[in-house]
Write a protein that binds this ligand. Sequence first.
Ligand code: MN
Length: 215
Amino acid sequence: MKNFFANLMMAISCGTCYGQDAGTFELMKLPYAPDALEPHISRQTIELHHGKHLSTYVHNLNKMVAGTELANRRLPEIVASAQGALFNNAGQVLNHNLYFLQFSPNGGGTPTKEIADAIKRRWGNFEVFKKDFEEQCMRVFGSGWVWLAEDEEGELHIMQTVNAGNPVTRGMIPLLGFDVWEHAYYTDYQNRRADHIAALWNIVDWEVVNCRYVR
Ligand code: MN
């Protein structure tokens, strides 16, 4: 990849432009109704997760970045270079923008187009990939994320990040991210993280994942 940030900006703008603009960040608008992902994610969870958790991260990010040397940088650039509380809030804004945009009530099924071929090349078939991804989700201790990410050679990886971490900090482009913080599933699934993770495959929008994938 010749220009990591150019590719990254292109990847995260898939569907909408969230994350591209510098300056004051806004709460991303969901591309579906709050109850559209039921029964896999309930309206109540969407309203809490997007309307409360993400909204707070956006508010904190704007407050913390103002007046710093990163004030006029784009979101992924802030995530790539910030530390401490600013990193945590910027990271969670980027993570959740990617998260909410990758789902659709018309999603699910098996991967399509180029990402289907790339998954097949790396894992043999989708079922092996899914099993590996789900195992990584179960292994996260505490709060974190599991990602399908693309390295600078265009190779795919499944990776865990703790707390607000994103593949961006390791020079990789995030293609698909599952949130394994308890706030993502506790209302609907209580402690049954595995059931929540298994349900998410029903709403993954592979068109968006394909759009993020830099060929
Ligand atoms: Mn979350």
